[in-house]
Design a protein around this ligand. Structure first.
Ligand SMILES: NC(=O)c1ccc[n+]([C@@H]2O[C@H](COP(=O)([O-])OP(=O)(O)OC[C@H]3O[C@@H](n4cnc5c(N)ncnc54)[C@H](O)[C@@H]3O)[C@@H](O)[C@H]2O)c1
Length: 332
């Protein structure tokens, strides 16, 4: 059996609880790969991970390798091939007597976390390590982590696959088709309500989703808010943020990055911009991506963007630039 080292922060959180069994069951990295899992948590909750590890052992998967719980990011990411940065400080938490409500405060607090994590990853993880940031604000956390890692051979991603899955599901429901009929979904920009889920270039059975649905008013005025606000709708209904679907999206992303993309299709994640589509270089931006047969992940070129798309992409780009500005001392 092959072996892979996978590190995950936020191991005691609710996304991790859905994610962990699927990381070591053969589903994510293949049935021929043993997964050594390192779970990284803050000191206050690291003991809870002992219980999680007992459960993972009790799952009895043949692909389960060593299981480690640690508060030490360096121990966690040493020689890691994949690193899933799920842990972060949520809005509403009290830090040093102050309730964190403002996005700028959230950015700064998480910026501190992702500085140390980025440095450890750059220094200690595999030279071709792949890093997926799930913890919010995901794009800017990834920007900070990647900058601090200072290691250009590693690949950083921020997760937009949950948005893409939501965007596909809403199109499928509206069109009355199976979700498998919906392909080529892009989430342009930030994982935030400014994201642009692209219905013009998404396809339903090979035809533009806008054409297939043939209801422009719904597309431009109802569809976008439905996808952009879906996270809030889940919180309102469930009393907690998306966890099973977020875990599923993380697995979708790992699998999409690690396997050749189906001919003609693409997948969605945020990666450092190389200037494609006029997006400022280095911003961690949601793009359409393909993994080649050689395993490299490339931004799909030549996608047509109409004025509606351009106006939406401008808004999300500006938001990411202002997030970057809020943490500029960490990313310059
Ligand atoms: N990108 C997306 O699509 C997406 C979707 C859903 C949720 N999220 C984000 O994912 C994150 C996790 O969500 P959750 O529901 O599991 O939250 P949670 O609060 O249940 O768990 C987060 C865990 O992270 C841990 N943590 C905090 N700081 C840490 C650090 N420095 N090192 C290691 N662990 C640390 C906490 O102790 C906690 O156990 C949140 O930021 C959430 O907003 C992103």
């Amino acid at each position: 059996m092959k072996e892979i080292n996978v590190a995950l922060t936020g191991g005691a959180g609710q996304i991790a609880y859905s994610l962990l069994p699927r990381l070591i069951s053969g589903e994510t990295f293949g049935t021929d790969t043993k997964v050594n899992l390192r779970l990284i948590e803050i000191p206050q909750v690291v003991d809870k991970l002992k219980g999680t590890i007992m459960e993972l052992i009790d799952c009895g998967f043949k692909q389960t390798g060593s299981l480690l719980a640690t508060t030490d990011i360096k121990e966690g990411v040493q020689d890691a091939h994949w690193i899933l940065l799920v842990g972060s400080i949520p809005r509403g938490i009290v830090v040093d007597g102050k309730k964190i409500e403002e996005r700028s405060d959230l950015l700064r607090i998480n910026g501190g976390i992702f500085t140390g994590q980025g440095e450890a990853i750059g220094e200690l993880a595999q030279e071709d390590a792949k890093i997926l940031v799930v913890g919010n604000p995901a794009n800017t956390n990834a920007l900070i982590g990647r900058t601090k890692s200072n290691n250009p051979t590693q690949s950083w991603f921020a997760m937009t696959a949950l948005d893409a899955n939501r965007a596909k599901a809403q199109l499928a429901e509206k069109a009355g088709v199976d979700i498998a009929s919906v392909t080529n979904m892009t989430i342009w920009g930030n994982h935030s309500p400014t994201m642009y889920p692209d219905p013009y270039n998404a396809k339903i059975d090979g035809v533009s989703a806008v054409e297939a649905i043939n209801d422009l008013d719904w597309i431009e005025n109802e569809y976008l808010p439905l996808v952009q606000q879906r996270g809030k709708a889940v919180i309102d209904a469930r009393g907690a943020s998306s966890a099973a679907s977020a875990a599923n999206a993380a697995i979708d992303t790992v699998k999409a990055v690690d396997s050749q993309t189906t001919e003609g299709d693409w997948f969605s994640a945020a990666v450092p911009s190389d200037g494609s589509y006029g997006i400022p270089e280095g911003l961690i931006f949601g793009f359409p991506l393909r993994t080649s047969d050689q395993g490299s992940v490339e931004i799909v070129q030549g996608i047509e963007l109409n004025d509606f798309a351009k106006s939406k992409i401008k808004v999300t780009t500006e938001e990411l630039l202002s997030e970057k500005e809020a943490v500029k001392d960490l990313v310059d």
